[in-house]
Design a protein around this ligand. Structure first.
Ligand code: HAM
Length: 420
């Protein structure tokens, strides 16, 4: 151990567990890549104002959880706490929405930062794979995204997740509901902070986890009863498309989400094996975000799935991903001459696209064979002085134990043939 440790709320990804993270990112992005989503990468930090305006001045993310800094040049920056505002900013900046092909469909994968109280499944540095479909209002687009996330989780072998679905209304009906809710909440017996929340973000009060608060909320006005006809019809269509696709969901009118930009469709993926941090992913429609950050009207929808929590969900379900061994051939040289010869064969194998590794450091046969076993290689190549004197190297099939002698110059071709 060194003098230093990973900062509080963070952890390192190291082999072999890190391979699962790569596989999860791959599995989540594969359905997106097959559905017309192009890859986008944005900086790890942005102007702090982007998130203040985009994610919302009243959210915990902006008021409590952002890592902010002032540069030597005086710029106010924030490590990104989420991806949507950045991706939309980048799409607008590159004029992707003007290329005439709406929606602009993008996917991303990266690190995000929130100064939260660390606990199992909640970290200060975490990883998301996300998707945003920008510039189109179409219930089929909302359905597409939910279906693709469902497909991704299923392809990983996850079963114990549920999809929660809600509609938050739009700029016509939500303000009316908001006012009705505020009027109701102001009459309740609540602490000072919650009272403040009523004025800034009353919908979040519905999310309060405390039993004494929840008890008072039973008769709170329901957003469902305030949705305008357009929002209702839109929501019904999303539900019908999901049902037709065989994707099960639960209507959850308490689902508010922790970011302010949502309109209409909102959803969350929760996993029942994760305790309190059960949301493995979430998203929704954000029809007003573009205008909030100074862009044109661009109704959009997206989601982000948490890679860390997806890995925890796999572990909770004891799902072992079928990760192919990364090394196909492991070479074990015994002596100087063998090292030169086998290193040459390994280089040749690699250039031919065959994954190969080598026992470095001139170790003895026993230790090197242990490494060969651990590597999961299907074949080992062993050569000592006597083999070389006879003009061969020993090729061992690690499954059958069978061994055959081949000339070094033919070893790579022979292995290529056997490995198909
Ligand atoms: P979010 O719900 O804040 O949404 O985050 C999405 C997912 O990221 C969560 O469901 C969770 O799995 C993971 N996550 C969030 N915070 C943490 C944390 N502290 N530790 C570990 N995992 C975490 C968004 O970020 C939106 N940008 C999603 C979206 C995209 N909406 C529209 N487009």
């Amino acid at each position: 151990m060194s003098t230093f440790q990973a900062p509080k709320g963070t952890y390192d990804l190291t082999p072999p567990r890190s391979a699962t993270f790569l596989a999860v990112r791959e599995a989540i992005s594969a359905p997106l890549r097959d559905s017309g989503y192009g890859y986008i990468e944005t900086p790890g930090f942005e102007n702090v104002e982007l998130f203040a305006r985009g994610v919302g001045e009243s959210t915990d993310i902006v008021t409590k959880e952002m890592y902010t800094l002032t540069t030597k040049g005086g710029d106010q920056l924030a490590l990104r706490p989420e991806g949507t505002a950045s991706v939309l900013r980048a799409a607008l900046e590159a004029n992707l929405h003007k290329a005439g092909n709406l929606p602009v469909k993008l996917w991303y994968s990266g690190s995000y930062y929130r100064y939260e109280r660390p606990q199992a499944g909640r970290y200060r540095h975490f990883s998301q794979v996300g998707a945003e479909a920008i510039g189109t209002e179409d219930p089929a687009l909302d359905a597409e995204l939910i279906i693709l996330a469902d497909q991704a989780y299923r392809s990983l072998g996850l079963r114990r997740f549920r999809i929660l679905l809600n509609s938050l209304g739009d700029k016509e009906c939500r303000p009316v509901y908001r006012e009705a809710l505020q009027t109701f909440l102001r009459d309740l017996d609540l602490d000072e902070e919650t009272r403040r929340r009523i004025e800034i973000n009353p919908l979040r009060v519905l999310d309060d986890k405390r039993a004494d608060v929840q008890k008072q909320l039973t008769d709170a006005p329901k957003l469902r009863d305030y949705l305008c006809d357009a929002c209702k019809a839109y929501h019904e269509e999303v539900r019908a498309l999901l049902t037709a696709a065989g994707v099960a969901f639960e209507d959850d009118e308490k689902l508010v989400r922790g970011l302010d930009y949502y309109t209409r469709t909102t959803f969350e993926f929760v996993h029942d094996g994760l305790g309190s941090q059960s949301a493995v992913g979430g998203g929704g429609r954000y029809d007003g975000l573009s205008e909030m950050i100074g862009g044109p009207e661009l109704p959009s929808v997206g989601w982000a799935l948490g890679v860390d929590r997806t890995v925890l969900a796999l572990e909770a379900e004891s799902v072992e991903l079928d990760l192919p061994a990364t090394t196909s051939v492991y070479a074990v040289p015994l002596g100087e001459e063998a090292r030169r010869v086998l290193f040459g064969v390994v280089t040749e194998l690699r250039r031919a696209g065959i994954a190969a590794d080598f026992a470095f450091g001139g170790r003895g046969l026993k230790g090197a064979m242990k490494s060969a076993n651990r590597s999961g290689a299907r074949y080992t190549l062993v050569a000592g002085e006597r083999d070389l004197a006879e003009g061969v190297v020993q090729l061992k099939d690690m499954e059958s134990g069978e061994q055959s002698a081949v000339p070094p110059a033919e070893a790579a071709a022979e292995l290529a043939k056997r490995l198909g």
